[in-house]
Each structure stands twice: as C-alpha cells, then as structure tokens.
Design a protein around this ligand. Structure first.
Ligand code: BF8
Ligand code: SF4
Length: 646
C-alpha cells in the first residue's frame, strides 16, 4: 500500500498522545509499514450515506440509499424511509454487539459446565463463595452439594437463559424494582440471551417491523439481554472460574516488553485460553527451553480486553489498547501474539510478516489467514497452552536483536476493582460511598469506557475527560481500552489522587486507591451496572435518579453500541465521542438524544470534544443531585458547551 504522505515529518504526533505510539509510527514510516491510520486515510472521504445510516443492503432489491438533502429518492425499493433504514441498521449493530458478548458468555458457561461434569483438568472453581452466591441468586439449593455439583446446577440454570424457557433473565433482578417495573411496562424486559438477538435479525428482515420506534424499543431489549445476560454471565462466571479480582499493581505501555525475554502478547477477549497460557509460561520445562535459547524468561503482556482480564486477576502487565495491536509487533521483540476473538484486526498478520512474530489463532470461530491455528478445547486446555507457549519460545531463536526497538518506560497502574473489592474497601457496604456523594465530597460517579478509534487522537478523549471529571470531585470508573488509556497517562495509581479535587482526593487518600478505578474488560461493564444498581437499591431510588453518567469517548465497535444502549436502558446518561450512524433520520436522532429521557429516564448525547463532554456530564450530575435534594451547583455555573451542529 502507498504510504500516506500527510504523516510525514512528525505529523504522526497528532494521531496519538503517547510516546510509545509515536516511536512505532516513526518506524512504520521509515520502513513503509502501513497501519490503521494509513488505511483510514486511504478510505477517506468515507461514504456519507453510510455515515448518516441511510444506506441499506438488507435485501437483493437493493442496495438502496436515501438522499439526505431531500432531492433524490426518499424511499428504498421496498418503500423503507430514512427512519426505518436508520433504525434497522442500528438495531442490527446492537444485535451484533450483544451477540459477541453473548457468545463469549456462552463459551465461559460451557467451561463451567465441563468443570461441573469433571471433564476438564484445566480449570477449577477459584471462587467457591461467589459460585454459591450466584447459585442462590438463581434460586438453587446449594446446601450439602459439592462445589462441582453446584457448578453443574448453576451452569444448567444459566443455559436456560440463552433460549426462551424462563421469560426473563435472572440478573434483571439486580436492577431496582422501579426499573424492572418500567421495563415490564415498556415490554423490554429481556427474555433470553440469544432470543433478543435473533428476534432483532428477524424484525429487521425486509417487511417485518416497519415501525422505526418499535425497532428501537426492541433495540433496548436486545441491549439489556447483553448487559443482564451475556456480558453479566461472562463476568460473573469468569470470576468463579478464574478468581474475583482484587486490587493489585502492574505496569502499562509498550515498555512492558523485555529485550532479553520471550515476549508473548495475549490479545482478544476471552480469558479461558489466557488463563492456561499464564500457567504454561511458568512451566519449568518451557522456562528451561527459553534459557537454552538465551532468553532470561517468558514475559506475558496483555492487549485489549484479554489483557484486561489477566491484568485484573493476575497482574499481567498491559502492552496497550486497541490501536497498539499492530505497533506491538513493530517492536521487533514479540515472539508470539496469541489471539482469541474480537477486536483483532486482520492486519496483524500483515504486520507480523515484516517481523519474526508468529500470530497464533486459537478459536475455530476466529481464524486468520497467515496465522498458525492451534485449536483450543477447554477439555485439553493445559496441553494446548503448553504447545502454544513452546511455539513462542522456539520462535525466540528467530528474533533479530538488531531489529528490536522497545520504546518508553512502562507506567505503573493499579487494577483489580471488582464490585466485591470496592465494597470490601468500603468496609462491606456502599454506605460510605453514598455518604461521600450525599455530602458533596464526591459529586457523582462516571464510567469512561470503550475503544480507540483512529478518527480520534489516540487516548486524548479518554484522558482529557477523566482529568476534567476527577478535578471536579467526580469518581471515575474505567474498563476496556479506556482503562488502558488512562493507565498509560499515569492516572491509575494512588498518587494520582493529587490531581483530583479536594473532596475526591481525601477519599482516595484515605482508602489508598486511585481516582480512577479499573473495573476490567468490556464485558465487565456489568460490574458497573451491578454497582449502580446496588447504590440505587441502598437509596431506594431508580438508577436514573443517581448522579452518575457514562461516556465512550473513542468508541468504534458494535459491542460499544450494545453497551451504550443497555446503559441508557438502565437509566444512565451516556455521552458518545464518535457520531453513530443515525444522523440521517431526525426522528431516530431526536428519540435517542431527547425522547428517551421521558421513556427510560436517560438519553444519549454526542460530543466529540472531551472538554465539552465533561461540562455536559457535570451539568447532568448536578441536576441529578438537585433532584435528590443534595447540595448542588447551579448548572449555569459549570458553563454551557456550544451545541454540536446536527
Ligand atoms: O471489548 S474497548 S476496542 S478491546 S470493543 Fe475492543 Fe473496544 Fe477495546 Fe475490548 Ni471493548
Ligand atoms: Fe432497499 Fe428495502 Fe432491500 Fe433495504 S430492504 S435494500 S431499502 S429494498
């Protein structure tokens, strides 16, 4: 591919705030290796119809598009108008994102079932107390049963949730009673993890649900089946199998690679494989093999959400977030990139061809031409893990030391804040947090979540928003690539409390925690839902009454759309930093950005400038505080951002 010249000189510096990214982009430029940024530039200008959401290729009478200026066609061949087309496209995005999480949850669930049946030697029950709590939540009698028997019974009960037998997902019971009643009234209580996704695909087939608002309502139900179904099952069962996270220190950025060790990156989302890799990397035989090749050890590093999973539970250092997946290979120091699924760019095998790195794919549902495929079966996890690590170690012999360029020194970060760990730090109940919010010492809490997107200067949105919020005494919780971004910026160590306002600072200092708490991977956004539901329940209010908000400043993925939709459907005001493809329908836009407030007590906002997003969020939080009768700043005193032109 022709390299894009507008990154010449040090123009690449405007693509990211990070020195490690800059160093690798400099190498990419010197050596003519294309990256995600060049490919974006090559795609520009991107299709305006698609950006507005008004193109449709659902059937073979099309593809169709609606002219946003009103001069060309206003109907597709079937008669669909812009509202239907935009709503159908958005509905399918939600279903795809929810399916990704649901399928991930199912993989973990099937593993729990294997443990319950005693058919795998690779996994055990790491948190039996949590296993029993969950089983009790599912109405199962656990007294007198072994952990293995409880695991099997819980797995079977959860398998029911993927279909349609029960009529409502068990975990919806975590939401405040008022919220559950609202969902019932609206007819959006999720009934099954798979069911809502399938129904969305059905409804959006040509000629089924031709009412845009009805499609969007089902979009909320589909998203709820992710938040209280697929994702929540994935999180809770990963804790049961691999351990419920506790606070721990680790390090982040490309500097976590070691020049004298075998470096292996764990990339993707599912912790099943990475758990066995972590064990295989400590295997004496493999360590001896590494030593015989001159390596001082085997160094595991994380990428994206698999990285977050092993960081949260094992303290494995983190090489970077989404936009680092090509760049980590360009260090020349990576022996293997082990991938499972989701957010793994097909481009990684292209970049790997320029170096000695082996990309090893592991799930039969996620193959990569150019990668070595080693099929992972949880029954044979231990053997597969060793086989993969052996391959990586052997590859050390092919490393060219002259090509190794590891930029920057790693930054410390603290991770591991499960809901259990947070409540533990608070002395077992949310009351101290509620008291701090009520007094105004902490004004509210905001989740900053989601991806990197090459359309946004890497990590600028995440870190700027986080800084503005903590400065104003707003506690921030982070997951996914947003967490990694803020870790790299040094905001996730206890000492970063210095950068917080006086109220939040004193709370963090008393507890010894950072002002940004790392709650995990993207499926772990359900920890945030569990936490806000617990706060609302403790106060006997709905989630939408709380001074809380969410933001996805740099999102790119369909999963992020599903997450945003279940956050809003749960009552959480959510600000997006990247425009979703809905602007071609004024009706859809108005519903999502305004009308939903009257339906579910929360809405979306779109604000690409994180400075302005911070103002929007602070205004929202103060308005909620006022409505709860808590001391509140006047919204006008916070400043009014310029409205985004629509
Ligand atoms: O599930 S934040 S880029 S890695 S989608 Fe992907 Fe986005 Fe990162 Fe994790 Ni989440
Ligand atoms: Fe065109 Fe309608 Fe077919 Fe979409 S469903 S491609 S709008 S005819």
């Amino acid at each position: 591919m022709k390299m894009n010249t507008h990154f010449s000189g040090n123009g690449y510096r405007r693509l990211s705030i990070n020195k490690d990214t800059w160093a690798m982009l400099e190498r990419a430029q010197d050596e003519g290796i294309p990256t995600v940024w060049e490919r974006l530039a090559a795609q520009e200008p991107q299709c305006g119809y698609c950006e507005l959401g008004v193109s449709c290729r659902i059937c073979a009478m099309g593809p169709c598009r609606i002219d946003p200026f009103g001069e060309g066609p206003q109907r597709g061949v079937c008669g669909a108008d812009a509202d239907i087309i935009v709503a159908r496209n958005l509905g399918r995005m939600i279903a795809a994102g929810a399916s990704a999480h649901g399928d991930h949850g199912r993989d973990i669930l099937e593993t729990l079932y294997l443990v319950g049946e005693g058919r795998t030697n690779a996994y055990t029950i790491s948190d039996p107390a949590k296993l029993r709590r969950l089983a009790t939540e599912y109405g199962l009698a656990v007294d007198g049963l072994s952990d293995q028997e409880v695991a099997k019974a819980l797995a079977e009960a959860m398998m029911e949730e993927f279909g349609m037998r029960k009529g409502r997902l068990q975990f919806t019971g975590r939401a405040p009673a008022k919220r559950q009643a609202l969902w019932d009234r609206l007819g959006i209580t999720p009934r099954g993890v798979d069911r809502e996704n399938v129904e969305m695909l059905h409804r959006t087939h040509m000629g089924v649900d031709n009412d845009w608002a009805n499609i969007l309502l089902h979009g909320l139900r589909t998203a709820l089946s992710d938040g209280y179904g697929g994702s929540m099952i994935a999180t809770e069962l990963s804790d049961v199998l691999f351990g419920t996270p506790t606070p721990k220190m680790s390090r982040v950025n490309l500097g976590v690679l070691k020049p004298d060790q075998v470096n292996i990156a764990l990339h993707g989302h599912n912790p099943m494989l990475s758990e066995v890799i972590v064990r295989a990397a400590q295997d004496p035989e493999l360590l001896a093999l590494a030593a015989s090749l001159g390596a001082k050890g085997i160094n595991l590093v994380g990428l994206c959400c698999t990285g977050n999973e092993v960081l949260m539970r094992k303290g494995i250092p983190m090489a970077g977030n989404h936009l680092m997946q090509e760049l980590v290979i360009m260090t020349g120091a990576l022996e293997a990139m082990i991938v499972d699924y989701q957010c793994i760019m097909p481009a990684v095998t292209d970049v790997a061809r320029c170096f000695h790195t082996q990309v090893i794919s592991t799930f039969d549902k996620a193959k990569f031409p150019g990668a070595t495929h080693i099929s992972f079966k949880p029954e044979e996890g231990v053997e597969t893990g060793k086989r993969i690590v052996r391959l990586a170690v052997e590859n050390y012999a092919r490393r060219n030391p002259a090509r190794v360029r590891i930029p920057d020194a790693p930054v410390d970060l603290m991770a591991g804040f499960s809901v259990e760990a947070i409540l533990g730090a608070l002395g077992g109940s949310p009351k101290p947090l509620i008291d701090a919010i009520a007094s105004g010492q902490i004004r509210g809490a905001v989740a900053i979540v989601g991806c990197n997107n090459p359309k946004i200067k890497q990590d600028h949105g995440h870190t700027t928003l986080a800084r503005r919020l903590i400065e104003h005494d707003i506690l921030v919780v982070v997951t996914g690539c947003a967490a990694v971004a803020n870790g790299k910026a040094g905001l996730m160590v206890p000492a970063a409390a210095e950068q917080a306002g006086p109220g939040l600072r004193s709370v963090c200092q008393a507890l010894g925690v950072p002002p940004l708490l790392h709650l995990g991977s993207c499926v772990d956004n359900t920890r945030i839902i569990t936490l806000v539901a617990a706060l609302a329940n403790a106060l006997a209010v709905d989630i939408s009454d709380l001074p809380v908000a969410a933001a996805a400043p740099e999102w790119y993925s369909e999963k992020a759309v599903a997450i945003g939709a279940y956050a809003v459907a749960s009552g959480v005001y959510t600000v997006l930093g990247v425009q979703p493809p809905i602007y071609g329908s004024r009706n859809v836009l108005n519903l999502l950005a305004e009308g939903l407030e009257g339906v579910v007590g929360a809405r979306f906002a779109v604000e690409p400038d994180p400075e302005k997003a911070a103002v929007l969020i602070r205004r929202h939080i103060e308005a909620r505080r006022k409505a709860l009768g808590l001391p509140a700043l006047a919204p006008e005193s916070i400043g009014l951002p310029e409205p985004v032109p629509v």
